[in-house]
Design a protein around this ligand. Structure first.
Ligand code: FE
Ligand code: FE
Ligand code: ZN
Length: 277
């Protein structure tokens, strides 16, 4: 069975997202934990969470994915910006425990002019401060397109973070197909080669989820503009190979394509038809 979902709006709560996911034939979803501007989170509604957990109980859901605000920068040279990132991530992790065994996806951050090594030290320090042994949430570091000074543009940069996190079983990786294409990994012509490289550098057992997006830009463009499935530089053949690949086919695939809910429903139907049961 293809585990698939889409990025949904969290404004109407968890039960609403669960129902919306089921209505488009999905068995997972992603959402932003809070408004990226202002960083404000909604009050916790325990009734909504209870109803959601009850609703999905018998529906074979894969873990859901919370996405940290992308405006956070845990690698900033500014201490206050790093402290804000820490505060928000700590609060998000506390909230995520209300829906146990979920994923918390985050962008490692941008080093701006400090260089990758200093930026990496900051994100490693932050993760070592906020992770704790009892948590059931797994943090996923997202592979990035390498726009500006983004850290995580190569598998080596992701590994440099992972290898220094003390509670290593609390951290994994989310591979974004648009980002790796834009970052220079040729998943169109050489998917096997890219996965071999991922396995050698990071280890495929650390890969926990896929952001399934086409790209508006060619290989190694370092742009990060998502396209609808089959209509970009990655294309439907490569995407079919990705969802069916023996080393990927069991993972949850999350669509972050420019779509409304009907558009997501159509893409999910298309992808389910291309998935070899
Ligand atoms: Fe992201
Ligand atoms: Fe993504
Ligand atoms: Zn992106």
């Amino acid at each position: 069975m293809l585990n698939i979902g889409a990025h949904l709006s969290a404004s109407k709560g968890f039960l609403h997202m669960g129902k919306e996911a089921v209505s488009i034939n999905a068995n997972t979803f992603q959402f932003f934990t809070r408004n990226p501007r202002g960083f404000k989170a909604k009050d916790i509604d325990m009734k909504d969470i209870e109803r959601f957990l009850e609703y999905i109980q018998d529906k074979g859901f894969a873990p859901i994915v919370a996405h940290a605000p992308y405006t956070l920068n845990p690698c900033s040279a500014d201490k206050h910006i790093r402290e804000l990132a820490q505060m928000i991530m700590e609060d998000d992790l506390k909230r995520m425990e209300l829906i146990p065994h979920s994923y918390y996806n985050l962008h490692p951050g941008s080093h701006v002019k400090q260089g990758v090594d200093i930026g990496t030290n900051y994100i490693v320090d932050l993760l070592n401060k906020i992770l704790y042994p009892q948590q059931t949430t797994t943090i996923l570091l997202e592979t990035m397109a390498g726009k500006g000074s983004e850290i995580g543009r190569s598998f080596e940069e992701i590994k440099a973070i992972l290898s220094r996190v003390e509670l290593s079983d609390k951290v994994g990786v989310c591979l974004d197909t648009c980002h790796v294409n834009d970052g220079g990994y040729d998943i169109v012509k050489d998917l096997d080669g890219v996965l071999t490289d991922f396995d050698r550098v990071i280890g495929l057992d650390n890969l926990k989820a896929i952001h399934l997006n086409d790209s508006k830009n060619p290989l190694e463009s370092h742009k990060d503009r998502h396209e609808t499935i089959g209509n970009g530089y990655i294309g439907l053949t490569a995407i079919t190979n990705i969802i069916n690949h023996p080393q990927l086919r069991h993972l949850p695939f999350l669509l972050e394509t420019p779509n409304d809910i009907q558009g997501y429903a159509k893409e999910i139907e298309l992808l389910k038809g291309l998935y070899k049961e």
